[in-house]
Design a protein around this ligand. Structure first.
Ligand SMILES: [Zn+2]
Length: 264
């Protein structure tokens, strides 16, 4: 593997990143009432896209998307108007960076909770331009987004992976038409709500976005300790409970559509 095909973590910046950010902000969260006007790239109400001043990954253009002012808020509880506004803004800026021609590819993802790999509690996402890497060169296939159907509406569906990237439970939203971003947002909100409220005391998740051909895919993954099968051998696993989990979310959130009598 050539060095241009690997993402380099800048240890000198990364080591004490969070503590130094908090120290510089007199001990409080730097994303609450964000004040660095010169770092703001775009805004829509409370939603801000800002330049990350700690570029811990080499050869990248890192940005942070601050979702709102409330440090304790989460996607699972946003009012619909804010939810839709957030994902229209986020996906719009991700695709704009992608189209700019300045990067080989642009990654867009969210970390939430202690097992997610994230460091800041304040609700945020990241959009990062990669100068030398295409994120699709590392084994992601269309099959990773196919699975047991949970719900479907015109041009958008929610499923549970039967060919996951890493393993166990990976929820996929497949979007055929950008006009349906609000439905994609609904599916992401429902899935995150399910994970944080009804799923094995889960407190951590990631959302990863992918653009392949003309489709957009969002993969929502509950995070626990990573399976050794994956760490050691890159062997993804699925479980025998896949159908139970797909049925559980279907019954809780889409029962009216399927005419299943079940209380949410
Ligand atoms: Zn905060």
């Amino acid at each position: 593997m050539r060095s241009s095909e690997i993402l380099v973590f800048n240890a000198s910046v990364g080591a004490d990143k969070v503590q130094s950010i908090i120290d510089q902000n007199n001990g409080s969260c730097p994303f609450c009432n964000y004040k660095e006007e010169d770092k703001i790239l775009a805004r829509k109400g409370e939603i801000l896209l800002v330049k990350n001043k700690y570029p811990i990954l080499q050869d990248t253009f890192p940005t942070v998307l601050i979702e709102c002012n409330d440090c304790q808020a989460d996607i699972s509880t946003y009012p619909k108007a804010h939810l839709y506004s957030l994902f229209r803004f986020a996906i719009g800026h991700w695709l704009e960076m992608d189209r700019s021609g300045l990067y080989k590819s642009v990654i867009f993802f969210k970390n939430h909770g202690p097992n997610s790999g994230g460091t800041m509690r304040h609700p945020h996402m990241q959009i990062i331009g990669l100068k030398n890497l295409d994120y699709l060169d590392f084994g992601t296939t269309i099959e990773n987004f196919t699975g047991l159907l949970i719900d479907k509406q015109p041009q958008v569906e929610l499923n549970l992976s039967t060919s996951p990237r890493m393993g166990f439970y990976e929820f996929n939203v497949v979007l055929d038409d950008l006009a349906q971003i609000d439905r994609l947002s609904d599916y992401i909100q429902d899935t995150v709500h399910f994970l944080l409220n009804y799923y094995h005391r889960c407190d951590s998740y990631n959302i990863f976005f992918y653009k392949i051909a003309d489709r957009i895919y969002a993969k929502i993954i509950p995070r626990f300790v990573t399976s050794p099968m994956f760490v050691g051998y890159s062997i993804p696993q699925i479980t025998t409970r896949l159908e139970d989990v797909a049925r559980s979310i279907k019954e809780r959130y889409y029962s009216q559509r399927y005419n299943i009598a079940q209380e949410r």
